[in-house]
Design a protein around this ligand. Sequence first.
Ligand code: 5AD
Length: 438
Amino acid sequence: MCYAIPGRVVEFHGSLAVVDYFGERRTARNELDDLRVGDYIYAQGGYVIQSLPEPAALEILQTWKETFFELQDRDWRLTRLAGERSGASRETAALLDRVLAGRPPEAGELLRLLRLESVPDLDLLFKTANFLRQKHLGNSCCVHGVLEISNVCGEGCGYCGLSRHNRSLVRERLGPEAVVKAAVDAVARFGFKALVLQGGEDPGLPVDALCRLVAEIKRRVPVLIFISFGEVGPKGLERLYAAGARGLLMRFETGDPRLYARLHPGNDLRTRLEHLEAAVRLGYLLITGGLIGLPGQTDESLVQDLFLARSLHAEMYSFGPFLPHPGTPLAGSLAPDPLQVRKVLALARLVDPENAKLLVTTAFETLDPEARRLGLMSGANSVMLNITPESFRPSYDLYPRRAHDAESLPEQIEETLALLRSLGRAPTDLGAGMEATA
Ligand code: 5AD
């Protein structure tokens, strides 16, 4: 998904197509050869990914038209800030007012917000973040699909259930046919427009093999592909881009160099960041972020992580809770309070109000069954569904009792669409996060 709705190309500025959606105009980069003004297209993550015949487009738009405005209206009603200040402290209200007036918050201010405890203050923080989401990005909500293809990993990340620490995990990978079939089904049968292919740093899946998978999926269906296989190296990134990947999902995990080194023996933060920077230079859309609540992580470093994600030009922020896995060195540590995770999401919206796609992670959903709704009402505007074949999901044992693992894809889709509808969100990427041209 990102169940995009079709838009009509109204003009070109070089390789940028200006696309009209019920009167709203967005731009999207075009890589199709024969696209003309007047054509109907699907865009995703700022790229035109497919053109479609006018009759088909008009039919879809006809069914969407009423819903489109109805959803916008519902979102707007749920998001209004009028009269919310009452009850919050003067300092918090003044701070959030300054942010609303367009003054970027400083680290000290974010730290203060991160440490809020009073319910009215927190309520105002979440509502402000939600308001900023609506003001700058409207009601669109990305719904990407994640396809996990290998749990083989040679790394020793201290928190991760796929790391080499976890001796009891049976290591396996999906065959290329199964990967391509799951991806093609997700796009052709279920309407996904953006997929993340993910796996451990698996020596059995060299860049060549990954390139073949990406190219074959792109050959079969129009889709925006994000890769997520850890550090494939600058050359690997280049080759995967050439094969058709346009996005990278890779967290920096923590921006605290000492904590990073402790949790990732043999690796350092600098290399990780260089990798992320190289990807952006190559033109990849970047999804990045970190873990919340790692043992030894300070509030100050969490705040810095938000600035770090912004400075890396993240297209989407992925911040989720650390959940202890029994097969890792951090087995005895505690997961963070769900409220802390929600605060970090709200702060991320304050740090990057105009551009951030902000993900409600599956880890947060595992920590709190209400996470999706709470996150989406606190500044977030993206979710990911698990499109991995059900039989393979238990093998992808990042942390225990992962949310949605037992739900079929149609069940996940139905549940997601119902929630989005109730919140007035359109499960579509109208090029949100990109500059509107009108
Ligand atoms: N808790 C939460 N997230 C985890 N990840 C790995 N292990 C855990 C855990 N125990 C996340 C990492 C990684 C992503 C694939 O999964 O942040 O980037």
